[in-house]
Design a protein. Structure first.
Length: 93
C-alpha cells in the first residue's frame, strides 16, 4: 500500500461513526476467518481491519474521557472519576 492509499484509507475510516466502523470491522473479520480470498485481497482486508480497529479504539477512548468529565458529584458539580476497565468491572475489582 502506498502512502497516498494509506492516507485515503485513514481519511475514509476517520469519517465513519463508531457503529458503522464496528460493523465493517466485524464483517471484515468474518470474511478473513472464512478464508478463500486471494492473497492481495486478504492483505487489503487485513490492512483495513487494522485501521478500523484502531479507529474504534480511538472513538471508545474519547467516549470514556467524555464520560469521566460528565460525572456529577453531590451538590451538582462535575467530577472526573477513574472508571474501572471492562476487565476490572467483570472481576468486581
Amino acid at each position: 500500500m502506498t502512502t497516498d492509499q494509506a492516507d485515503t484509507l485513514d481519511a475514509q475510516i476517520a469519517a465513519l461513526p463508531f457503529d458503522a466502523a464496528f460493523t465493517e470491522l466485524r464483517q471484515a473479520i468474518e470474511e478473513l476467518e472464512a478464508g478463500g480470498l486471494a492473497l492481495e485481497e486478504t492483505i487489503a482486508r487485513t490492512e483495513r481491519a487494522v485501521a478500523l480497529q484502531r479507529h474504534c479504539e480511538r472513538l471508545l477512548n474519547n467516549a470514556e474521557l467524555r464520560v469521566k468529565q460528565l460525572l456529577t458529584r453531590p451538590g451538582g458539580g462535575l467530577e472526573a472519576r477513574d472508571l474501572p476497565s471492562v476487565d476490572e468491572a467483570a472481576d468486581g475489582t
